[in-house]
Design a protein around this ligand. Structure first.
Ligand code: KG4
Ligand code: ZN
Length: 340
């Protein structure tokens, strides 16, 4: 089954062609990062306007790169939520128009479920598939969710952030340290190879599988103020080293909590494996830590499939399409959609 996937929930305009839910034939992502960087974050109105300009060329390129024509496509899938309403609308309406004009089955997909299916694109093959149940950590700019997956389409939300999402915390911390946007990669770069003498707190939220990242962010702010690095980071080798140490301490705090709580949940629910997805899973320190600490198989998608892309949407949709699921063309966007 060959599916065209479309993703426009935030600031990446993406289209991909995926065969049988597992083989990526093409995966095109037009990033708006340079446009939003000057504002220090995503500007929703600018994002949707940019999607309008880019979506058709991106879809065309995804077909060309896959070496397929419209007659090969057997379904069109699109992210229906969660995300920015104006951005989602561009993808959903484009997907509807394409499916309608080609008389193809059409399906809206939950973006968070999509992040989980990035794991199917490279690593879940018959030999390495640990089987269900899986414990999934989806950590992105808007979500930090621990989800029990007992089968395709069978999800239970076990824990979530009570304040900032992990990616949001990385973005705010980077802004505070003057490291730029997007924050996750900037903090990772600054922290690379640094053995930090700094230590920042961890909010364990004991007795729950929930997360909280606003405390560590405030602790970082106070530490930066104490060292005279905030509001205006002073320039010089000494300050630069301090900023690197704080970036490393911040990264370590988030990684420690994310990895420890994910593995505790995996043990509690006696799962067969751990599956990670979402932009924050691109973090190299997190990837290294969880693989080292886990006694269970860990499915970690390659970095380009952790951040937003349409291949994960196409993959996810395949498991719904084969069950005969379809949406009608009155489907609306769901900006606050949850999973489980
Ligand atoms: O999944 P994603 O691409 O978009 C959303 O669905 O939100 O995640 C974006 C988030 C951003 O907050 C970004 O800073 C974070 O993922 N991120 C990272 C890294 N790369 C992206 N966080 C930590 N380390 C990274 N290497
Ligand atoms: Zn995402």
């Amino acid at each position: 089954m060959i599916i065209l996937g479309i993703e426009t929930s935030c600031d990446e305009t993406a289209a991909a062609v995926v065969e049988d839910g597992t083989t990526v034939l093409s995966n095109v992502v037009a990033s708006q990062v340079d446009i939003h960087a000057r504002y220090g974050g995503v500007v929703p109105e600018v994002a949707s306007r940019q999607h309008v300009l880019t979506i058709i060329p991106v879809v065309t390129q995804s077909l060309m790169q896959a070496g397929v024509t419209w007659s090969d496509i057997e379904g069109v899938a699109v992210t229906m939520g969660p995300g920015l309403a104006g951005s989602l609308l561009i993808g959903v309406n484009t997907a509807k128009a394409l499916a309608f004009s080609r008389s193809l089955p059409f399906l809206g997909i939950n973006h968070l479920e999509g992040h989980i299916y990035a794991g199917w694109l490279t690593q879940i093959n018959p030999e390495s598939n640990p089987g269900f149940p899986l414990l999934c950590l989806v950590a992105s700019g808007g979500h930090t969710d621990l989800i029990l997956m007992e089968g395709h389409g069978r999800f239970t939300l076990l824990g979530r952030t009570r304040d900032d999402a992990a990616g949001e915390a990385f973005d705010k911390a980077a802004r505070l340290l003057g490291l730029g946007y997007p924050g996750g990669p900037a903090i990772q770069r600054a922290a690379e190879g640094v053995v930090s003498k700094q230590r920042l707190p961890r909010a364990w939220m004991r007795g729950t599988l929930d997360f909280s990242f606003s405390g560590v962010k405030t602790a970082l702010l106070h530490r930066a103020e104490e060292h005279g690095l905030y509001p205006s980071p002073a320039q010089g080798p000494f300050q630069e080293k301090l900023i690197q140490e704080m970036a490393a301490a911040f990264q370590e705090s988030l990684v420690d909590v994310l990895v420890t709580k994910t593995l505790a949940a995996a043990e509690q629910y006696r799962v067969k494996g751990v599956l990670l997805g979402g932009g924050v899973i691109a973090n190299l320190r997190l990837r290294e830590r969880i693989i080292k600490d886990s006694s269970l198989p860990v499915i970690v998608p390659p970095v380009n499939l952790c951040t937003d892309n349409a291949a994960m949407i196409a993959s996810c949709s395949t498991f719904h399409f084969i069950k005969g699921e379809r949406h009608t063309f009155d489907l609306d966007v769901l900006p606050s959609l949850q999973l489980g």
